[in-house]
Design a protein around this ligand. Structure first.
Ligand SMILES: *Cc1c(COP(=O)(O)O)cnc(C)c1O
Length: 231
């Protein structure tokens, strides 16, 4: 089933890239494996998946310890400051930075490991109360503040679009995130690069690609529905 699902997602990514005149290599597919057992991740690994996304620190660390070391891990969920130390040397990219205090902790922990942490700023584009992320109006101030940390590289922006029936309803959200990233890039802030745009999930990644996503985060479309009963 995994193989067929992946093929279907791959085909849709390719088609979206073609529709929008983009190169397939410019879009990274993250297999969002949260709640799925390591056996399932191993199965995905065996058919070639190397980039996984998790939203809980403990779960990411447990899977990291067991699975092959050439996997690229992405932290896509809300991150508490006291847990940064557990993942700082394990993930390629933290997608969910939305405060100066969190960035400060990431900078401090990165220094201890003598590494530079790659992060995205999570933006609450649609202004939903239930969502984490910085409001668009506060984005520039936050990016400016974070740019002063020596062990952090801001690599771009991320958003979680609202759950909608029709993916087209999120097109404006994705276009807005891209516009914000273009505006920030134009300020030429030190240590700030706006090359990455993490947007689009199972229900709307095709639209997100058409609007410029360079990273899409797909869980259900690859692994099937999640069962939260025992989590
Ligand atoms: C769970 C999750 C996803 C994947 O959602 P699907 O709808 O299953 O593709 C993507 N991004 C984040 C931040 C998530 O928490």
């Amino acid at each position: 089933m995994l193989k067929e699902n992946l093929k279907r997602v791959e085909d849709k990514i390719t088609a979206s890239c073609e529709r929008s005149g983009r190169n397939r290599e410019d879009v990274t597919l993250i297999a969002v494996s949260k709640t799925k057992p390591v056996e399932t991740l191993q199965e995905a690994y065996n058919i070639g998946v190397r980039v996984f996304g998790e939203n809980k620190v403990q779960e990411l660390v447990e899977k990291y310890e067991i699975l092959p070391k050439d996997i690229h891990w992405h932290m896509i969920g809300h991150l508490q400051r006291n847990k940064v130390k557990y993942i700082i040397d394990k993930v390629d990219l933290i997608h969910s930075v939305d405060s100066l205090r969190l960035a400060e902790t990431i900078d401090r922990e990165a220094k201890k490991h003598n590494l530079t942490a790659n992060i995205l700023i999570e933006v609450n584009v649609a202004g939903e109360d239930s969502k984490f992320g910085v409001p668009p109006e506060e984005l520039e101030t936050l990016v400016d503040g974070i740019s002063h940390f020596s062990n952090i590289q801001v690599r771009g922006l991320m958003t979680i679009a609202p759950f909608v029936e029709n993916a087209e309803e999120n097109r404006a959200v994705f276009a807005r995130l891209r516009k914000l990233s273009v505006d920030i890039a134009a300020k030429n802030i030190d240590n700030v690069n706006m090359g990455l745009l993490s947007m689009g999930m199972t229900n709307d990644y095709e639209v997100a690609i058409e609007e410029g996503a360079t990273i899409i985060r797909v869980g259900t479309g690859i692994f099937g529905e999640r069962d939260y009963t025992y989590v």
